[in-house]
Structure formats: structure tokens, C-alpha cells
Write a protein that binds this ligand. Structure first.
Ligand SMILES: Nc1ncnc2c1ncn2[C@@H]1O[C@H](COP(=O)(O)OP(=O)(O)OP(=O)(O)O)[C@@H](O)[C@H]1O
Ligand SMILES: [Mg+2]
Length: 303
């Protein structure tokens, strides 16, 4: 409950209030966040998300669901074109319970670049036609709607892909989505327990890496994506993390419905080309690029 502010009361007189001096001594503690916890930056936001705004069931055992948990900001991981990614820990004070998560926070309309919006939105179903009209007209409301759509789209993609991998008995190749709240997605942190993020494929020290194994993990991931009906749409060595030999695909707000999008096949082919070029430049050989694209298109049901 928010503390009642005495200043709101017209009849209030400072001289009448014995607590006023105490208040003057501690202006910061009064003014800061009267609803906040004693430790941490905010109460865990877990219970603010509805069941559909939480990741797929069963939640992995590391997900912290305790109402007594707090969220602590551990710094920024990276600032990107459309979003900033932060490291957040969610802990129950006084216990051993705690986990690191990546918090991807989409920027509001004025601080984002909209270069990706036009082509990707084709073929994407938007339920309210008023929203669709605003999005195509690029009004202020439309820009806000688009910003919210991206966070929702990425969360939805992460949920679908997690479930698709699980239902096929395949290892997850995307971070587990913990929850979405407005324009913030909290997801599995890919990195070490002390908060060092996994390198992107682009920055991987390839002398220590098993390139063929990474390529095979990637193709398996792309096959699951395609079977779910999608191409990543922005796949590159910058949107793939490698943590202790495990390949993880990230940055999925723009996933493309291969069949519904008139350029579905082009997006798919570009994804494959972008990553295969990287692998081939580092010595991978014997991969037929067109055959992979054909196979993925067929997996998605494209004729
Ligand atoms: N789950 C995660 N675990 C660890 N690091 C992450 C995670 N998600 C994102 N990052 C880091 O944050 C960076 C930006 O994330 P992402 O690509 O999703 O956002 P973006 O706004 O599209 O950024 P960019 O414009 O650079 O593509 C990643 O390259 C990665 O270094
Ligand atoms: Mg990215």
C-alpha cells in the first residue's frame, strides 16, 4: 500500500505533526520508493504478469516465483537498436534462492528505429483493425502500438519455440522466457553464474570451438523454427550466443511467418546465407546452401 501523503491534506499544519522533524531528517527514504522493498530495486514483478504473460509450463525449477523475492539491477549487458538488455537478479532476501535473468527493455517510440517494421509486418495477424490502421499510418498511437507489439511478438516467439523444442524432445535453442510485463521481457540469462554474458557467435574464439557441432545445433534449431512455421528474419552471428558449447538463438521479435509473408522464402534464404557464410569463412565445408533452404521451406509447409 502506498503511504498516505500528509501534504495532500488541506488542513495539515507542520507544527501539529510531531513526525515532521523526523521526516526532515530522512527526506530520501521518504521520497524514494515508499512501496519498495528494504533490499533490492523493486519487488519481484512475477505476480504482476498474468498466467499468459509467463513462460510455458512447467516453469524450469530455477524460476523464482516467491512473492517475497526482490529484483536487483546488476547493470547493462548491451544497448541495441530497439531495446536495452540488462542483467537482473531475482532473489529472496535472507535465503539461498536467487537467479540471474536478462531483462530486455524495448525503448519507447521516440528512442527506437523503425527500419525493420515495414516488411516484417506483412502477413502478421493483428486482431484489432484500429491498431492495424494506426500501425500502417505511423501515427503517435501507432508507434506506441508497434513498440508494444515487438515485445509481445518476441515473448510469443520465445514461448512457441521453447514449447516446440520440448514437444520434439529436442534441447532448447532459445532462452526460456520467464515473463513479459509491458515492454520488458525477462528471460533466461545465457552466461556464467557470476554474470558474464556468453559471447556472440561473431566474437567466438573459433580455435576452441567445434564448428561442425555448432552448425548442427543451429540447423536443428532452424528446423524447429521452420516446423513452427517461422524464419528468424534477422539471423546473423550477432544474434546467436554460444555458452560452453551450447548454441542459443536470440533477438526474435521479427520472426517471419514463412507461408503468410509474401517474402517468407527470401527471409529464410537470407537467414541461412548470413550464418552459413560465417561458418564457411571459418572452414566449414560440404554444406549445400540451397538444399538446406529447400528443406526448411518444406518443413514450414511452403510449396
Ligand atoms: N538472454 C540473454 N542472455 C545473455 N545475453 C543476452 C541475452 N539476450 C540478449 N543478450 C545480450 O544483449 C545483446 C542485445 O540483445 P538483442 O540482440 O536481443 O537486442 P537488440 O536490441 O536487437 O540488439 P541489436 O540491435 O544489437 O541486435 C545481445 O547481443 C547479447 O549480447
Ligand atoms: Mg540483436
Amino acid at each position: 500500500m502506498r503511504k498516505q501523503r500528509k501534504f495532500d491534506d488541506d488542513d495539515f499544519s507542520v507544527a501539529d505533526d510531531p513526525s515532521f522533524e523526523k521526516f526532515l531528517d530522512q527526506p530520501d527514504t521518504w521520497d524514494e520508493n515508499p512501496d519498495g522493498p528494504d533490499t533490492g530495486d523493486r519487488w519481484s514483478t512475477w505476480d504482476l504478469s498474468s498466467p499468459t504473460e509467463r513462460g510455458p509450463l512447467p516453469h524450469p525449477e530455477w524460476v523464482v516465483t516467491e512473492l517475497a523475492a526482490v529484483d536487483i539491477e546488476r547493470g547493462m549487458l548491451k544497448t541495441g537498436k530497439e531495446a536495452d538488455v540488462f542483467l537482473v537478479s531475482r532473489e529472496v532476501p535472507g535465503t539461498e534462492i536467487g537467479v540471474l535473468m536478462a531483462a530486455k527493455r524495448y525503448r519507447d517510440a521516440e528512442h527506437r528505429m523503425f527500419h525493420r517494421d515495414a516488411g516484417y509486418l506483412e502477413g502478421r495477424r493483428v486482431r484489432e483493425s484500429r491498431v492495424m490502421r494506426a500501425m500502417t499510418s505511423r501515427s503517435a498511437f501507432g508507434k506506441e502500438a508497434i513498440a508494444g507489439q515487438w515485445a509481445g511478438a518476441e515473448f510469443g516467439a520465445l514461448c512457441s519455440l521453447w514449447e516446440a523444442a520440448a514437444s520434439l524432445g529436442a534441447p532448447a535453442f532459445t532462452p526460456y522466457p520467464v515473463q513479459i510485463l509491458g515492454t520488458e521481457i525477462l528471460m533466461e540469462f545465457i552466461g556464467t553464474p557470476d554474470g558474464v554474458a556468453a559471447p556472440r557467435l561473431a566474437a567466438l574464439r573459433t580455435e576452441d570451438a567445434d564448428l561442425l557441432d555448432l552448425w548442427e545445433q543451429l540447423v536443428l534449431g532452424l528446423r524447429i523454427l521452420a516446423r513452427t512455421g517461422y524464419a528468424h528474419g534477422d539471423l546473423s552471428p550477432y544474434n546467436i550466443l554460444v555458452h560452453e558449447g551450447r548454441l542459443v538463438v536470440i533477438d526474435l521479435p521479427q520472426i517471419v511467418d514463412i507461408v503468410a509473408n509474401p517474402n517468407g522464402r527470401k527471409f529464410l534464404a537470407r537467414d541461412v546465407h548470413n550464418v552459413l557464410t560465417w561458418f564457411q569463412a571459418r572452414g566449414l565445408s560440404g554444406v549445400d546452401e540451397n538444399a538446406i533452404v529447400d528443406e526448411l521451406a518444406a518443413e514450414a509447409g511452403l510449396r
